[in-house]
Design a protein around this ligand. Structure first.
Ligand code: AR6
Length: 170
């Protein structure tokens, strides 16, 4: 397989790729965490397009312009709120990564950067979330042509070391 998966520690709003993924909410209304950072850095054109789209169900993804961001596009996906683990959280989280990559493929985007979806305000346990993220991205990438590089952008050291462990970089 000729595809590249990499872990980066940093701020996703500064990454120059074809698309960064936003951990949004179903109303696409903006908020705190990475969502807030993306809208702040990208400016109002992103929210304008979110308003036109309206909403996005948990586990699905939509795409907008990237405004002033170095990334060309923003893929907004809605992670599950952690509710103990028996509320379909794992399937929904896997779906976020899969649907985001399928959307990137549809738009012929080559390089995509993900934040650690659901592991902030939505409370998903970080290790379990990272396992799902890595596994789903590896599986999905096998069936895609245009998407070639995926970056997991970790904001905190804990996520960075968890991802490096799962990807066998240690
Ligand atoms: N770059 C990369 N990662 C970041 C950044 C950044 N600039 N800022 C935070 N993170 P969260 P969620 C990490 O809470 O859990 C919002 O209000 C953060 O450390 O942003 O999916 C939305 O509007 C964490 O590891 O997203 C929703 O209502 C990860 O991003 C809700 O929060 C995700 O944390 C979504 O919650």
């Amino acid at each position: 397989m000729n595809k590249k998966i990499q872990v980066i520690k940093g701020d996703i709003t500064e990454i120059q790729v074809d698309a960064i993924v936003n951990a949004a909410n179903e109303q696409l209304a903006g908020g705190g965490g990475v969502d807030g950072a993306i809208h702040r850095a990208g400016g109002p054109t992103i929210m304008a397009e979110c308003r036109e789209i309206g909403s996005c169900p948990t586990g699905q993804a939509v795409i907008t312009n990237g405004g002033k961001l170095p990334a060309n596009k923003v893929i907004h996906t809605v992670g599950p709120v952690w509710n103990g683990g028996n509320k379909n959280e794992a399937e929904l989280l896997a779906s976020c990564y899969q649907q985001s990559l399928l959307l990137a493929e549809e738009y012929q985007l080559k390089r995509v950067a993900f934040p650690n979806i659901s592991t902030g305000v939505y409370g998903y346990p970080k290790k379990e979330a990272a396992r799902i993220a890595v596994q789903t991205v590896e599986e999905t990438l096998r069936n895609l042509n245009d998407v070639e590089e995926v970056y997991f952008v970790c904001f905190d050291e804990e996520n960075e070391s968890i991802y490096k462990e799962w990807l066998g970089h240690n």
